[in-house]
Design a protein around this ligand. Structure first.
Ligand SMILES: [Zn+2]
Length: 406
């Protein structure tokens, strides 16, 4: 790859990392001003490649590079939203890497015999609505009524946000079903330590772990922190604390199960008041769907017992559940050959993290490329991938595009 193409990709990653809703650190959530600004930047870059560009009402952007009109398009892409205080590479790499791969092909005067659609999804992380993949769900027409009623921290429902903050002006419908395409391929950082330990720049993904997200509420009684004896309290937060530890113990005892409480809110939230309500999230993942279902049931029983013993009211809502997804064998075979031609390796890994491919896999075959990231660190400002490894990821995409036959 020409050095200038890699340099441009690296500069774009740096530039996108400055587009944030927070004065310090990187935050871009669903349909936020920064998320839309990032989408506009990406659309500019797509136009620079001569792509036909549009966005949908939910802020997902798409660039189409023509090819033979009667061939089905190949889809590339990733997400443009981030977690709070995010790293630069998660998501951005997949979109910018796809554009760089197309630049390499243009530079080599390669005209692909099929159209390529590059997608930048507006929501994969699910920070704003605790409901991930809103971008990719939108493009397969799978935003269901219950999701439209989900509310953000300000109490706004998704349908209200789409109406008030959505990209209504000149929005187009981006839609894919079973007959639209034979493949979606995403380039992403590994977000784990396996490639680093193996001293490999990249690998191909075998599949994506199943995942459940819950919203749990423990409710007791607010009371005076000074006058209420300990044995008369119905403290929602101590109940929630016990649940957090029960989850940790369960996951530690049942590897590869992983469980996390990443958010907790306490009401009334005063230093001199006993907490009346503690509301928290649970994220539970396992590569095997049956095992995940089993542990979910156990967890519910454990939380229920804690609530009973403490005389607390207990609420449990599954906000999102995605089964484990396998990457497509035929697509993966071509990706593996492309990996081998670039790095000489032929490694495969399952992904513990969810990706947009989970949703797209319901209507088309999917494949993924992982690139090594330093220390496996992700969802953190120190997230880092070496330029040489990014170059390898882009080159694997280039090789794949040359080999792919729709
Ligand atoms: Zn990601």
């Amino acid at each position: 790859m020409k050095q200038e193409i890699l340099q441009r990709a690296l500069e774009r990653i740096e530039l996108l990392a400055t587009v944030s809703d927070a004065p310090e650190g990187l935050v871009r959530t669903f349909l936020s001003p920064a998320n839309r600004e990032a989408a506009e930047l990406v659309m500019e870059w797509m136009e620079g490649l001569g792509m036909e560009v549009c966005h949908d009402v939910g802020g997902t952007v798409r660039g189409i590079l023509g090819g033979s009109a009667d061939a089905k398009p190949l889809l590339l892409g990733s997400h443009l939203d981030t977690v709070i205080d995010a790293g630069k590479y998660d998501g951005a790499l997949g979109v910018i890497g796809a554009l760089a791969a197309l630049e390499v092909l243009r530079d080599e005067n390669v005209v692909l015999p099929f159209p390529v659609h590059v997608l930048g999804f507006s929501d994969e992380e699910g920070v704003r609505f605790q409901s991930t993949y809103l971008g990719s769900r939108g493009v397969i027409g799978e935003l269901e009524s219950w999701q439209l009623e989900q509310r953000d921290m300000d109490g706004l429902s998704l349908s209200e946000v789409l109406e008030n903050e959505g990209w209504l002006d000149d929005a187009e419908t981006i839609f894919y079903d079973e007959s639209s395409s034979d493949g979606y391929v995403e380039l992403h950082i590994e977000q784990g330590r396996v490639l680093e330990d193996a001293d490999e720049a990249a690998c191909i993904v075998s599949g994506i772990c199943g995942q459940v997200r819950l919203r749990v509420v423990m409710a007791g009684q607010a009371d005076h922190a000074g006058t209420t004896p300990m044995d008369l309290r119905r403290d929602a937060l101590t109940g929630a604390a016990e649940c957090v530890l029960a989850l940790e113990t369960m996951a530690r005892e049942h590897s590869p199960l992983v469980g996390t409480v990443g958010q907790i809110q306490v009401h009334p939230g005063a230093s001199n008041a006993i907490p009346q309500v503690a509301e928290f999230t649970v994220d539970l993942r396992h590569p095997d769907d049956e095992a995940l279902e089993h542990h979910l049931g156990e967890l519910r029983n454990a939380f229920d017992a804690i609530a009973n013993r403490r005389d607390l009211d207990f609420g449990w809502e599954i906000v999102q559940q995605n089964g484990a997804v396998d990457c497509d064998p035929d697509l993966t075979k071509i990706l593996l050959a492309s990996l081998e031609s670039v790095t000489g390796a032929h490694g495969m890994l399952p992904s513990g993290a969810g990706h947009d491919g989970v949703i797209l896999s319901t209507v088309m075959p999917i494949g993924m490329i992982f690139v090594r990231c330093q220390g496996g660190l992700s969802h953190h400002p120190d997230e880092y991938a070496e330029p040489d490894d990014i170059a390898a990821g882009i080159d694997i995409l280039v090789e794949f595009l040359k080999r792919w036959k729709p």
